[in-house]
Write a protein that binds this ligand. Structure first.
Ligand code: TRP
Length: 336
């Protein structure tokens, strides 16, 4: 089989926790489709996860399997997509080392994503060097596989920009095109709101529904959702804006007409919170039920999951090693 005219796609997820519904609509769903059209690498970013999880490495390790289970449960097919563990491909660390010479500390400090993360983590001036430089290791992840497309959320756009800067600098400095520039692919529905109504679903904010969530967990999350505090009786007119249940219906109910009808009935009065919540609950249950079932099945054989990861990682190493030999050759680092 030849892939010559297919795009090469690379995605990455830090392994700090299992994936949730935000990941599902933001990226996982698309990856399941893309694996049929492209050569796709799915990177389990354990090394990157360590950049701000010093001392919590056990959590990072455990979550490699959790994220792999999520991938497989949503329908990633290991014969079509290559799943790899970042720390087990030493070529990625090696490439990062060369790319680090092509970026200044000032440029790294200007990366908007890094700036925001530094603020959120309260690092102030005590920034771990590995954290500050992770955009470079991310550039290595992408370029080692000569990926041409990188599906990301908008928070990752500065990473893609920085990757392409590094590619141009590298190719300029060696006087030939060794590395390949990539293009960010933004997902259509970029994010799911949190169950608390915050703009983004995120495990660290504690407002997520995981892909392995039980029936009761989903029901509880939906029942606890904030609606319109002034919508006291069924017949009162209600507000849809700022109403978390409707924000979720917008994100997860594909039948737009049905959502519009519910919204106008709610606005008019005559539609109770519990009825809307029932609709959302049914929608989320039927979305997660097959994923959870498949995940439970796969969990019974972790050895099999590890075998899949091992096989993907080996395949990925082969590809990365080829790039590295070109990179080192171009830098004059091939002596024997
Ligand atoms: N930075 C990404 C995240 O926070 C994970 C990641 C690591 C990644 N390497 C990548 C994403 C390469 C895209 C491409 O989830």
């Amino acid at each position: 089989m030849t892939y010559t005219n297919r795009p090469t796609i690379l995605t990455g997820d830090r392994t700090t926790g299992p994936l949730h519904l935000g990941h599902y609509i933001g990226s996982l769903r698309a990856r399941v489709q893309l694996q049929h059209q492209a050569r796709q690498f799915l990177l389990l970013a354990d090394t990157q996860a360590l950049t701000d999880n010093v001392g919590r490495h056990q959590k990072v390790t455990e979550n490699v399997i959790e994220v792999a289970l999520d991938y497989l449960a949503v329908g990633i097919d290991p014969t079509k997509s290559t799943m790899l563990i970042q720390s087990q491909v030493p070529e990625l660390a090696e490439l990062s080392q060369y790319l680090l010479n092509l970026v200044t500390v000032a440029r790294l400090e200007r990366n908007p994503t890094i700036k925001e993360e530094i603020r959120l983590r309260g690092f102030e001036r005590d920034i771990p060097a590995g954290f500050l430089t992770y955009p470079v290791s991310q550039a290595a992840d992408i370029t080692a596989f000569k990926a041409t497309r990188v599906p990301v959320g908008d928070d990752q756009l500065p990473m893609i920009e920085q990757t392409n800067e590094l590619v141009r600098r590298f190719n300029n400095s060696v006087g030939r095109s060794v590395l390949v520039q990539c293009e960010a692919v933004l997902s259509q529905v970029t994010r799911s709101p949190g169950v608390d109504g915050k703009a983004k679903m995120s495990k660290s904010l504690g407002n997520a529904i995981t892909l392995g969530a039980t029936e009761d967990e989903i029901t509880k999350a939906v029942n606890d959702m904030y609606t319109d505090p002034n919508h006291l009786r069924v017949n009162d007119p209600g507000r849809v804006d700022g109403n978390v249940v409707f924000a979720f219906l917008d994100a997860f109910e594909p039948d737009v007409q049905k959502v519009d009808e519910l919204k106008s009935r709610y606005r008019r009065g005559g539609l109770g919170d519990s009825a809307v919540k029932r609709v959302l609950n049914e929608r989320l249950q039927s979305l997660i039920e097959p994923i959870r079932a498949r995940r439970r099945e796969l969990e019974k054989d972790r050895g099999e999951v590890l075998a899949i990861l091992r096989c993907g990682t080996m395949r990925a190493r082969g590809v990365a090693a080829e790039t590295l030999s070109e990179v080192k050759g171009a830098l004059g680092l091939s002596y024997f």
